[in-house]
Design a protein around this ligand. Structure first.
Ligand code: PRP
Ligand code: URA
Length: 236
């Protein structure tokens, strides 16, 4: 007969017992931008509602993506160009350099579509990451990165910043490709995810539509919206 340690036999959940920062703590961090726009708050309420059907959910993700794109691109560099109006010549401005958007598959797809409604001629670089629900570690399964990376900026877009593992991994991948100026765009962030992303990539601006309370033991954001990929694509 052997003695067993009852506690070791208990299956532990990935976020069980993990210390998490508060909202107030991460709101102090540099380069963190959480939307305060009333239209965003209105759309977020519809998005979170469990009775919102998939088609409307996807439409809302695109609309929220467009609002986030508008906020996150407010500091882009411009270059002068001369054009002719029907009346006369004038000096105009256009966005300097190319702009990349990396949707983290699959939930980032709707957000990237919203981004393209604001800036249609972005390059879209798909990156497939799947979170292992047992360990919460991201696993890469698809990578369609560009050959030419001389961009003004690349936006990594993914609705949910939970443990931060997927965002950190995606930005590591972009940096390995030589992309130096990167912003992260999410819909809902957890304080834990913001802290981890801030620590791993202090040079990256973080934009989100909402900052929630915490992660549950399974690594889901509370109150959150559930599984962003399943809700967009109807795979319950
Ligand atoms: C979700 C979400 C993020 C990730 C966030 O994707 O879209 O990519 O989890 O969690 P993290 O911050 O703890 O890494 P998921 O792996 O469920 O894949 P999906 O987009 O295919 O649904
Ligand atoms: N991924 C989701 O889709 N939702 C969460 O709450 C956490 C990770």
């Amino acid at each position: 007969m052997f003695e067993t340690n009852q506690q070791e036999d208990q299956p532990t959940l990935p976020m069980q017992g993990v210390a998490q920062p508060t909202r107030a703590e991460v709101l102090q961090l540099p380069r963190v931008f959480i939307s305060t726009h009333p239209v965003m708050a209105h759309k977020m309420t519809m998005l979170r509602n469990k009775n919102t059907p998939s088609a409307q959910f996807y439409q809302l993700v695109k609309e929220i993506g467009a609002l986030l794109a508008y906020e996150a691109t407010s500091n882009l560099a411009l270059q002068e160009c001369v054009i002719e109006t029907p009346i006369q010549q004038m000096a105009g401005q256009r966005l300097a350099g190319g702009i990349g958007v990396t949707p983290i598959l699959r939930a980032g797809l709707g957000l990237a579509e919203g981004f393209r409604q604001v800036i249609p001629d972005v390059q879209v670089w798909h990156l497939g990451l799947r979170r292992d629900e047992r360990t919460l570690q991201p696993l890469e399964y698809y990578n369609q990165m560009p050959h030419q990376v001389e961009m003004q900026i690349c936006y990594a877009v993914d609705p949910m910043l939970a443990t931060g593992g997927s965002a950190i991994d995606a930005i590591n991948t972009l940096k390995r490709r030589g992309i130096t100026h990167i912003s992260y765009i999410g819909i809902i962030a957890s304080p834990y995810g913001i802290l981890k992303l801030r620590q791993a990539h202090p040079d990256v601006d973080i934009y989100a539509a909402a900052l929630d309370e915490c992660l549950n033991d399974y690594g889901y954001i509370m109150p959150g919206l559930g599984d962003a990929g399943d809700r967009q694509f109807g795979t319950y």
